[in-house]
Design a protein around this ligand. Structure first.
Ligand SMILES: Cc1cc2nc3c(=O)[nH]c(=O)nc-3n(C[C@H](O)[C@H](O)[C@H](O)COP(=O)(O)OP(=O)(O)OC[C@H]3O[C@@H](n4cnc5c(N)ncnc54)[C@H](O)[C@@H]3O)c2cc1C
Ligand SMILES: *[C@@H]1O[C@H](CO)[C@@H](O)[C@H](O)[C@H]1NC(C)=O
Ligand SMILES: *[C@@H]1O[C@H](CO)[C@@H](O)[C@H](O)[C@H]1NC(C)=O
Ligand SMILES: CC(=O)N[C@H]1CO[C@H](CO)[C@@H](O)[C@@H]1O
Length: 510
């Protein structure tokens, strides 16, 4: 991709100091005059910084998001080359009273992002780095580093020393470390070590006023950064715990079932992983409902994964109950940790990672176990709405049953992430080609109905939603926990650290 240098940008922006209006018609310039005159900022940025203006290929590419529903709208993109560039950009935006928003993997899809209707995108991609500490116990990860880069860098470094290293990242390769991490962050290794946020040791942050600070567990802000972090600053680097790998091998078995097996499959999942027996730390179960036109043109299938660490093939103790139900197909594969994303169809090249101009709202709910009656009701509604070639046929219902020991081993009051006791992260993802607000409403209604069915089946008083998957109409209690002390503490911290609400686009506290 052709990248503009700061010199070129300075030259291009020269119109602002010379004759107004000159060469604006080329469409290659940033918004003319007024608060978007970037010259004052350009002077302060490092040579590695980039500024992309509307009408350029760079701008288009750098502003594209995974979900086009209620997207933030930006007038100019700053790509910081250094941490100071981030700080200068925030100060500049504040002086000009312009909203700003950090972009990382751009897979954040909560509809509150749409409240940003103009302003500066701060694209974090150049702050991508992984530096392993000499003692091999932590790594300093740049604020714009993708999950896959973290995993691959640790893996490669380990190969050289003969000791393979890992840390908890999102399972999906195309999200950043911090996008999920600031909201808690689920991943394959959470059964051992806890959430992504639980690995954090210290953070470099640019605060709402553009000042730079380093915080750790001694800061009053620390608690909030682990679960509600998007509300408080731009993290330019995080020091995170890393571990020597215990087992190199991982294995998966993929079982595909027809919709007639909903009750049997989720009863078995309850019996073997959730109620009668606890899912062991080295086992993960996941399922998707989605259309597989080869398997069944009329109804979504159930794709059920049983994943196990430390083996070349998944132990039949975990798979036999599902084989007994009568899958349409079953496939067993062995490999290593780095194969997991590919196996579960969330690698960088897989469909869920593509930015394809689709609307992708999700409607998440945390559950303790499956209510088989509710699963059936939800399946029937999902199947009728997403069948065959219908508008919502690309939708996926996701059921993520990670192991929980590491997450539940940490004091629930110690982080803003509030839902450590939930075993299952569940969400319908309603995917469609956007058309009009009527269609958006239909999609939202379907998503809400599906979630409502599971909520009614949960027998709980309150609905609990993972903010990083959330739609945007959830309440603060549904995002950050029902306990009053949590809400009070978050509000007090927001008043203290971001009183003007500069960081209030992603699941905002205020
Ligand atoms: C295909 C797919 C797979 C997913 N897989 C997982 C998964 O395995 N585990 C999981 O827990 N979640 C997962 N998620 C949900 C994910 O946590 C959220 O979508 C997350 O917001 C994505 O982060 P991002 O960097 O891609 O998005 P972005 O939209 O770039 O960032 C999300 C929000 O975080 C803020 N932000 C990003 N970087 C920083 C920073 N350095 N400092 C401060 N704020 C920052 C942004 O301003 C934005 O508001 C997945 C989502 C998708 C679409
Ligand atoms: C699980 O426990 C329930 C209730 O005790 C029992 O009815 C059921 O048979 C058990 N299932 C298995 C597979 O052991
Ligand atoms: C399961 O869901 C059904 C349907 O919503 C509900 O009637 C039932 O009470 C739920 N069961 C439990 C144990 O909560
Ligand atoms: C914080 C937030 O976005 N709250 C919203 C929750 O949903 C209700 C109902 O849609 C809105 O009124 C709130 O603004």
């Amino acid at each position: 991709m052709h990248r503009l240098t700061i010199e070129v940008i300075t030259a291009m922006c020269a119109w602002a100091i010379s004759a107004v209006g000159q060469s604006v018609s080329t469409g290659r310039l940033c918004p003319q005059g007024g608060p978007y005159n970037m010259i004052e900022l350009v002077k302060k940025l490092s040579p590695a910084a980039r500024i992309y203006c509307p009408g350029t290929e760079e701008f288009e590419e750098a502003s594209i998001r995974w979900s086009v529903l209620e997207e933030p709208k930006v007038n100019v993109i700053v790509v910081p080359g250094t941490v100071d560039d981030v700080a200068e950009t925030v100060k500049f935006a504040n002086q000009r009273k312009l909203p700003f928003l950090a972009y990382n993997g751009a897979h954040g899809a909560v509809t509150t992002l749409g409240k940003m209707d103009h302003g500066i995108e701060i694209l974090m991609h150049q702050l991508s780095s992984v530096e392993i500490a000499k003692d091999g116990k932590t790594a300093k990860v740049g604020g714009g580093t993708m999950s896959k880069t973290v995993t691959d860098t640790l893996w490669e470094a380990g190969k050289q020393t003969g000791k393979l290293m890992i840390t908890v990242t999102g399972a999906c390769e195309c999200v950043s470390l911090l996008g999920p991490g600031l909201g808690g962050g689920h991943g394959w290794l959470q059964g051992h070590y806890g959430l992504i946020a639980d690995q954090f040791v210290s953070m470099d942050i640019v605060m709402a006023d553009g000042s730079r600070t380093i915080i750790d567990k001694t800061s009053s802000l620390w608690w909030a950064m682990k679960g509600a972090g998007h509300n408080f600053g731009i993290v330019t680097a995080v020091t995170t715990k890393i571990y020597d790998i215990k087992h190199r091998d991982w294995a998966i078995e993929t079982l595909v079932f027809g919709g007639d097996k909903v009750e049997a499959v989720y009863q078995a999942a309850n019996d073997h992983f959730l109620t009668n027996k606890t899912q062991p730390v080295d086992v993960i179960h996941w399922s998707y409902w989605l259309n597989n036109l080869d398997a069944n043109p009329n109804k979504p299938v159930i794709i059920f994964y049983v994943i196990q660490e430390g083996v070349k093939a998944v132990d039949t103790v975990y798979t036999k109950p599902f084989h007994d139900i009568g899958p349409l197909s079953a496939e067993a594969v062995g490999g290593s940790y780095t194969d997991l994303a590919e196996w579960t169809d969330i690698s960088t090249s897989a469909p869920p990672c593509q930015k394809a101009g689709l609307a992708n709202p999700r409607f998440p709910i945390y559950l303790e176990l499956y209510n088989v009656t509710a699963q059936r009701k939800a399946y029937d509604l999902f199947a009728s709405a997403a069948r065959g070639s219908s508008t919502f046929s690309r939708s996926v219902f996701m059921f993520e049953g990670y192991s929980m020991q590491g997450v539940q081993g940490i004091d629930p009051e110690s982080t803003a992430f509030a839902f450590r006791d939930a075993n299952l992260l569940v969400a319908p993802l309603i995917t469609y080609l956007p058309a009009d607000s009527d269609l958006d409403k239909r999609a939202a209604k379907l998503g809400e109905q599906l979630r409502q069915i599971l909520y009614e089946g949960s027998g709980r008083k309150e609905l609990r939603a993972y903010i990083n998957y959330s739609y945007g109409d959830e309440t603060l209690q549904q995002w950050y926990g029902n306990e009053k002390w949590r809400q009070d503490r978050l509000q007090a911290l927001k008043r203290k650290y971001d009183p003007e609400g500069k960081f209030s686009f992603y699941a905002p506290i205020a």
